[in-house]
Design a protein around this ligand. Structure first.
Ligand code: GLU
Ligand code: ZN
Length: 292
């Protein structure tokens, strides 16, 4: 059966090596399984997204030679999110919250990775769900079981992990968790390949997708991350990792950059330039090992 797979970068900065890693895993899985790739621009956070970064995403992916079969942009999909929210509203599953950022962090416990576990302070206050209030989802306590193609089985309870999480923020912006679930359903995504930093979001996304009517969740493959050798921190835009275009401006070819990443993953023994096809092939061999 053909499943859609997606690459979903957020245009809040230029693509860096961590994105290239994710893209290689996505295209490798697509190649292995013969799945079409959907490119989704995750610009739900309008306060951080910039058009300049969107253009740069297309340019950088094209420079490497990645090709996609379809694309979408979250900022064009406002009505689709409205409709999905209405579906939850009709089921009495959402409510308004006027807690300030400060009171949220003072009045709620947080998980080991610093995430707030919301204690339903506003559940019975009957507040409007529109801005300046945050819209929250009622997360009933129940275990979600799911299987990661690389990491194995998980049983997690979103009520314990995060509680009633936000679907729309006080500014009226759709949250990542909400937009990604609506899109994965709407765009019929059957295979999700992404970094393991997002693994802890999976149970709540499966839970939310089931409330929105999707009873069979996608397959998941969470890949390992690259860490900065100097700081030991994962590569991310917020830590100002070197962007791919900065490397390109320094004169590095895409083959050199691809060779570096294959070498870091121990897919090759010596650091030599690699073409995109060669890299995708090596990544797909690694994935195949996990799928057996
Ligand atoms: N937009 C997210 C990011 O760039 C990825 C979301 C996902 O794959 O679920 O980190
Ligand atoms: Zn509240």
């Amino acid at each position: 059966m053909t499943l859609n797979i997606r690459f979903a970068p957020s245009p809040t900065g230029y693509l860096h090596e961590g994105h290239l890693l994710s893209a290689l895993y996505v295209w490798a899985m697509a190649k292995l399984k013969n799945y079409p790739v959907h490119l989704r621009i995750e610009d739900h956070d309008q306060s951080r997204a910039r058009n300049e970064y969107i253009d740069a995403i297309y340019e950088d992916l094209e420079w490497f030679g990645f090709e996609w079969d379809s694309k979408s942009k979250q900022s064009n999909r406002h009505e689709i999110y409205e409709q999905a929210l209405y579906k939850l509203e009709k089921q009495h599953l959402i409510y308004g919250c006027d807690c300030s950022r400060k009171s949220l962090s003072l009045e709620n416990p947080s998980s080991s990775d610093g995430e707030i576990i919301y204690q339903r302070h506003c559940l019975n206050k009957d507040l409007k769900i529109t801005p300046p209030n945050t819209t929250r989802l009622i997360v009933e306590s129940s275990p979600v079981q799911w299987n990661d193609l690389r990491l194995g089985p998980f049983t997690e309870n979103p009520a314990v992990q995060c509680g009633d999480f936000a679907l729309r923020d006080r500014l009226g912006q759709w949250t990542y968790q909400f937009a990604v679930c609506v899109d994965d359903i709407e765009e019929n995504i059957g295979m999700i390949v992404r970094g393991e930093d997002l693994r802890s979001s999976t149970a709540r996304q499966i839970f939310l997708m089931s409330l929105l009517g999707k009873k069979t969740p996608p397959h998941y493959f969470h890949h390992s991350l690259l860490y900065d050798p100097l700081t030991g921190l994962k590569l991310s835009k917020r830590q100002h990792s070197q962007s791919l275009r900065a490397e390109k401006m320094k004169g590095l070819s895409r083959e050199v950059l691809l060779g570096q990443i294959c070498f870091k993953l121990h897919l090759i023994e010596k650091e030599v330039p690699m073409t995109l096809n060669e890299s995708i092939f090596l990544f797909s061999k690694q994935i195949e090992g996990y799928l057996q």
